[in-house]
Design a protein around this ligand. Structure first.
Ligand SMILES: C[S@@+](CC[C@H](N)C(=O)[O-])C[C@H]1O[C@@H](n2cnc3c(N)ncnc32)[C@H](O)[C@@H]1O
Length: 176
């Protein structure tokens, strides 16, 4: 399967659908933001949040080239508050960002999870993946302690040449 098709398949397994409102927290250069924008289509919206201006610039250029108008750039200074309304988001992606490298302090992780919980609709999904294939066990516990429960788990095979494929876990949480 082509890389793009594999990403689309994984996102659909996560629960991504047309018309949804999605927050891609720590979106980087948009490896997921762009496919998400294609899935949610014109009726949906993707908030692309990052503190890296250069990454966001490149992402927005890619979006423009692809003719995607449903990506809302959210450039931050790395603060943990999220400027979105309570219960306004269907899916939050925390892909390769919610780990001790970016958030070494447990208190910061707790505050961010609180913000994410606040903006999620009651039926919303929080999807977390960590490169290369494991989520730190204490962080998985922290997520559960922040009033989320683990639903299903999806795996994603990375690399497009299949010579050295790696599988990573994509965990899907819902509000408890
Ligand atoms: C390893 S990249 C992952 C990018 C993308 N999610 C992916 O999986 O391809 C992590 C990104 O998280 C961003 N990031 C880290 N801490 C952040 C914070 N506190 N607020 C906003 N963005 C943050 C970094 O700037 C970087 O672009």
């Amino acid at each position: 399967m082509e890389l793009d098709a594999r990403v689309l398949d994984m996102l659909q397994q996560v629960g991504m659908r047309r018309s949804q409102t999605v927050l891609d927290f720590g979106c980087g250069y948009g490896a997921y933001t762009i496919p998400v924008a294609k899935i949610v289509a014109e009726q949906g919206i993707v908030y692309a949040l990052d503190k890296d201006r250069e990454a966001l610039d490149e992402l927005m250029q890619k979006a423009e080239s692809a003719g995607l108008k449903n990506i809302d750039r959210m450039e931050t200074s790395g603060e943990l508050e999220i400027e979105l309304a309570d219960e306004s988001v269907d899916i939050v992606l925390l892909f390769d960002v919610f780990h001790s490298f970016y958030f070494p302090q447990a208190e910061d992780r707790r505050r961010l999870l609180g913000e994410i919980h606040r903006i999620m609709k009651p039926s919303a999904i929080l999807s977390i993946s960590v490169w290369p294939n494991l989520i730190e066990p204490e962080i998985e516990d922290e997520i559960k302690n922040a009033d989320f429960h683990l639903g299903k788990e999806v795996s994603e095979t990375l690399t497009d040449d299949n010579k050295h494929p790696e599988t990573r876990r994509v965990l899907i949480f819902r509000k408890a």
